[in-house]
Design a binder for this molecule. Structure first.
Ligand code: ATP
Ligand code: MG
Length: 391
């Protein structure tokens, strides 16, 4: 029934002189998402973004796709009137209400705007006049200017637009407007959610997964590829680097005290991820860590892990409870995949009693036992990376 959508955006509206740059990025993101569904046209006009739909399109599918575009705050299915003439606009608004509201027993308020201040009526006059016309045509309607059940929006621009439904979008900022970061993506629940959250702030993602065959299976790897693909529906394309971590892990296992394994392993993961991040011009690393969740995520452990990086490490879940993370993972549809059974290279060599309060100097001393081979092993890991592109 609708041939167009008006897209509302939030924070972008706060950008001063750069606003058009962000609007264009949002426009491109909307286009990127809708291109998979058909020949939609995305137009930016006078501080508004409109989506014009092809002859045949699936309304539900289109709305669902728009709800994945970060930066979109509201999606308004809109009736476009090819005129600014008040009589025509009024008639179209009456027809709109008649058509979209079967029962005319609600309270309403008209919110009318004009883009051109030379329009023969002021906005309050437009509201009053249209309110009157609606009351005259549909006698069971009532006006409530404070808490109306329906707000009838009318915008007169070069054309006129009528709408009353605002479907919530995801919010955030258009992907790419905030640069790019390297996500350490595992097969668990947390890291896909962390990636989603950072991307929601406008950051494009690249990802790295540490694989330890034969201790971790092909299936565990496939699971990470699947997770990357699921979040790429929101974040856009992701280049996933799959690092073979087995030899490094075995070497640490041979050379270092077992209760320090997890911390040392995580330090090497961060080092490798940082190298990859710098190579692909990322401005930070992203992990799914949350304070106190496990031994390797106490503040002391995080400090020890963090010490190997110079790039900032973003941990969007740092203060989230597990249940809150699960709630998001269900919403973004990663949960079902995340809970599939799999082996994680962090848990395979895990000690019975891992240190929970590592002392950096002690960890660094243990790592001196790695001096002989670690550089070569790191180089080998970096030169045998498998890349999978998703999205
Ligand atoms: P997740 O659910 O994200 O796996 P977790 O609760 O299992 O998290 P850890 O295994 O301690 O926590 O990992 C902490 C973070 O380190 C993860 O969120 C992820 O960002 C990163 N990480 C852990 N293992 C890997 C891996 N094999 N490959 C890439 N990143 C990893
Ligand atoms: Mg994990």
């Amino acid at each position: 029934m609708y041939r167009a959508f008006l897209i509302k955006y939030g924070e972008i509206g706060l950008k001063g002189k750069n606003r058009h740059v962000f609007e264009n990025m949002l426009k491109d993101q909307i286009k990127y998402h809708l291109d998979q569904l058909g020949e939609f046209e995305v137009i930016r006009e006078q501080g508004r973004i409109f989506v014009s739909c092809p002859e045949e399109y699936d309304y539900e599918e289109t709305v669902a796709e728009l709800q994945k575009v970060f930066g979109v705050v509201g999606i308004c299915p809109v009736v476009v009137v090819d005129s600014t003439e008040w009589e025509t606009v009024t008639e179209a608004a009456l027809e709109y209400v008649d058509r979209f509201y079967e029962k005319k027993d609600f309270t309403f308020k008209v919110e009318a705007k004009r883009a051109d201040k030379r329009y023969p009526m002021t906005s309050p006059e437009m509201c009053c006049k249209l309110g009157e016309s609606l009351l005259r045509r549909f006698e069971s309607l009532k006006v409530d200017v404070h808490e109306p059940q329906v707000r009838v929006f009318v915008e007169v621009r070069t054309k006129s637009y009528i709408y009353s439904h605002i479907i919530p979008g995801p919010g955030g900022m258009p992907v790419g407007s905030g640069g790019k970061a390297m996500l350490l993506l595992s097969g668990g629940i947390d890291s896909p959610v962390a990636g989603y959250m950072i991307a929601k702030r406008g950051v494009a993602l690249e990802a790295t997964y540490f694989h330890a065959p034969p201790y971790t299976s092909e299936r565990a790897k496939q699971k990470v590829v699947d997770l990357a693909r699921i979040i790429s529906a929101y974040t856009g394309p992701i280049r996933l680097n799959i690092v073979n971590f087995t030899d490094i892990q075995l070497y640490i296992y041979e050379q270092c005290p077992h209760e320090q394994l997890t911390i040392i392993m995580r330090r090497y993961m961060m080092k490798i991820a940082e190298k990859l991040a710098l190579d692909s011009k990322c401005d930070g690393l992203v992990t799914g860590e949350s304070i106190g969740q496990v031994a390797s995520q106490t503040m002391k452990s995080l400090m020890a892990t963090n010490a190997v990086c110079t790039l900032p490490v973003y941990r969007p879940l740092i203060a989230f409870d597990k249940q809150d993370i699960i709630d998001i993972s269900e919403k973004i549809k990663t949960y079902e995949t995340s809970i599939l059974p799999y082996e994680d290279c962090c848990t395979i060599f895990v000690a019975k009693h891992p240190v929970t309060h590592p002392i950096l100097s002690v960890i660094e001393k243990s790592e001196t036992h790695l001096e002989e081979q670690i550089d070569r092993l790191m180089e080998e890991a970096l030169s045998t990376i498998e890349v999978v592109n998703v999205g």
